[in-house]
Design a protein around this ligand. Structure first.
Ligand code: NA7
Length: 578
């Protein structure tokens, strides 16, 4: 039996969310550990190393807002950061704030069980060595887009060449001069295809639904541009916190059909030239995602661009989407252009579906065998709930997260679940549909407010302790009888908490069923009228065959989420049965 390590807080996952959670908890004076199954920090950016992997948020916003000095000084080379640069940035943050000492890699949480007697989470971890951890707080930052999804295609394991998922890209893989096939043309697929087209012998995209994509506007960052960003950073972040999608783009209120066709064309052309998917969807007009007529205008414009760019009419026809422009908006660095190359082709799976994967490649329903040396799956993720379903997390009365989420994943304010005391989720279900880094920061700030509230209330309760066992000082200097679990900090508050826990009356934060249900109802109401519901994607969990669609995001916008969080905090956390 491995020894049990007693700490205040365990963070699971060392990606963008896990790093910031570890920073906040350690600065609060709590004893904290962070585990990750990977061999280093990075989360999404540790795993997704495929060629062309890039964030589609402007670089100056694809970072933490809380280190003002770093915002001014840390370099970035392009308007959109590529994966190696993002990973380097995250490693830099960890080093700069000395967080590595709290982290343990190649360590996977296998179960987490709430213990009613001790009011603690008992977490088992496997990896290079087995660990049992007993923690008062469990902060899961397991990743929203993390569990890889392979579609169930007949014959998949029979393929004789290299079979690769984009999120598990082998470091030594060389595709130069090889015949490559790819399934999946979402954000990932279009990035990897654009990067591979010039180096492979042939590239065939096996495409089910074509997608709308617009130019990203990728280019190197000039000194003048960087100076301008630095000079206005305060304003930039203020604008993000008061925006809907947090992408640093203008969010128009103008209706598409209120302007003349010429003006409409001009507005679309302007955002097309500036680049960025979220800009195209939200800056020219304000009703692209809510009005079918408006949406059709955007569709017509992009289809026209595909016709202009792609010189082969057969390929252009396959690449032009027929459904609405209502998935997460994509942007690219020359995706449609690659189809002008002789070595790049696209197969319409609607016309001729994949019959089966065979050792030499893919056989489509028309009997053609497409010979391939390598087959890439850019087929996305079992998003949001995927990583939670494979861990046994048992809350109050032994109820598991699988049971709690049997009708779809749900979390109050995206951070906490009813029946799972003192457990928090970063980037859980029903978080704001907006730029991930500011969303993750906002959710963690909310989680930390909950924990701070609990900690402060322990201290207050001690003052009232009748038997005088504790000295009752507000800074929490304990009476020295702590069980010694706090070996990382001399901060008195920590020892006080430990003493209090030992007395059997720990402070806990637990969301009520009613509050959780009310949040889900609100999220359901907010998607009424949204065109996003008209297309099947991971946003509603529909990319996994057989899964019931569920409302996985809060579509009220980042600002309104933050206003709601402020209300929760300033009203003493009404959603919690404290
Ligand atoms: P996505 O956006 O979920 O895209 C997955 C792609 O894989 C999409 O084109 C799917 O086609 C395709 N797919 C999945 N299963 C199949 C089968 N069985 N046959 C053919 N094609 C299939 O994942 P990404 O990794 O691109 O992006 C995920 C998020 O990461 C993205 O939104 C960003 O936030 C970052 P379909 O459209 O379902 O026909």
């Amino acid at each position: 039996m491995p020894d049990t390590i007693n700490i205040d807080a365990l963070v699971v996952g060392a990606g963008v969310g896990g790093i910031y959670s570890t920073y906040r908890l350690s600065r609060m004076g709590l004893s904290v550990k962070c585990v990750d199954v990977a061999s280093d920090v990075g989360g999404t950016w540790y795993w997704n190393r495929y060629p062309g992997a890039m964030s589609d948020t402007e670089s100056y916003l694809y970072r933490y807002s809380w280190d003002k000095e770093d915002l001014q000084t840390y370099p970035w080379s392009h308007h959109y950061v590529y994966q190696p640069e993002i990973l380097k940035y995250l490693q830099h943050v960890v080093e700069k704030h000395d967080l590595r000492k709290y982290m343990k890699f190649e360590t996977e949480m296998t179960s987490a069980t709430w213990n009613e007697d001790t009011q603690r989470w008992i977490v088992t971890c496997s990896g290079s060595e087995e660990w049992n951890i007993s923690a008062r707080y469990l902060v899961n930052s397991l990743g929203l887009l993390s569990k890889v999804h392979y579609p169930d295609i007949r014959g998949l394991s029979s393929f004789a060449g290299d079979l690769i998922h984009t999120a598990r890209w082998p470091e030594d893989l060389n595709l130069e001069g090889r015949k490559v096939g790819i399934i999946g043309n979402g954000s990932t697929g279009i990035q990897v295809m654009t990067a591979l087209a010039p180096i492979v012998e042939s590239l065939v995209s096996f495409q089910r639904h074509p997608q709308y994509s617009v130019p990203s506007g990728q280019r190197p960052v000039t000194k003048e541009y960087r100076d301008k960003v630095n000079a206005t950073y305060e304003q930039i972040w203020d604008d993000v916190w008061s925006s809907t999608v947090g992408f640093g783009v203008v969010e128009s209120k103008r209706n598409t059909m209120d302007v003349s066709p010429e003006e409409r064309q001009k507005a679309f052309q302007e955002v097309w030239e500036q680049g960025n998917g979220f800009r195209f969807m939200f800056s020219a007009f304000g009703d692209i995602t809510t009005s079918k007529a408006a949406n059709e205008e955007a569709c017509k414009f992009i289809r026209g661009k595909i016709d202009e760019v792609v010189k082969y009419p057969r390929k252009a026809a396959i690449l032009k989407p027929k459904d609405l422009y209502a998935r997460r908006p994509l942007c690219d660095t020359g995706y449609y252009e690659i189809f002008n190359r002789e070595n790049v082709d696209v197969i319409d799976l609607k016309e001729s579906p994949i019959d089966q994967i065979v050792p030499e490649g893919i056989r489509t329903a028309d009997g053609t065998i497409h010979h391939l040396d390598a087959l890439i799956f850019a087929t996305g993720f079992d998003a949001i709930e995927g990583n939670y379903m494979r861990v046994k997390i048992s809350g109050r009365n032994g109820k598991t997260i699988q049971e709690h989420w049997k009708n779809g994943p749900k979390a109050f304010g995206s951070i906490a679940c009813a029946g799972f005391p003192n457990m928090f989720i970063v980037a859980g279900p029903q978080g704001p549909f907006a730029n991930f880094p500011p969303v993750i920061e906002s959710e963690i700030n909310f989680i930390m407010s909950c924990i701070e509230y609990a900690e402060e209330n322990i201290a207050a309760a001690q003052v009232e302790e009748p038997n005088g066992a504790l000295n009752g000082t507000s800074n929490g200097a304990a009476n020295g009888t702590s069980s010694g679990t706090s070996n990382t900090t001399a901060n008195g508050a920590l020892k006080t908490n430990e003493s209090y826990v030992r007395k059997g009356r720990p402070m806990i934060m637990e969301v009520s069923d009613e509050a959780e249900t009310a949040w889900i109802d609100l999220c359901n109401r907010l998607i009424e009228g949204s065109l996003f519901t008209t297309t099947a994607s991971w946003i509603f969990g529909q990319n996994i065959p057989g899964r019931k669609p569920s409302t996985n995001f809060y579509f009220g916008g980042l600002k309104s989420y933050l206003d709601w969080v402020k209300f929760q905090i300033s009203n003493g956390f009404p959603g919690f049965l404290i």
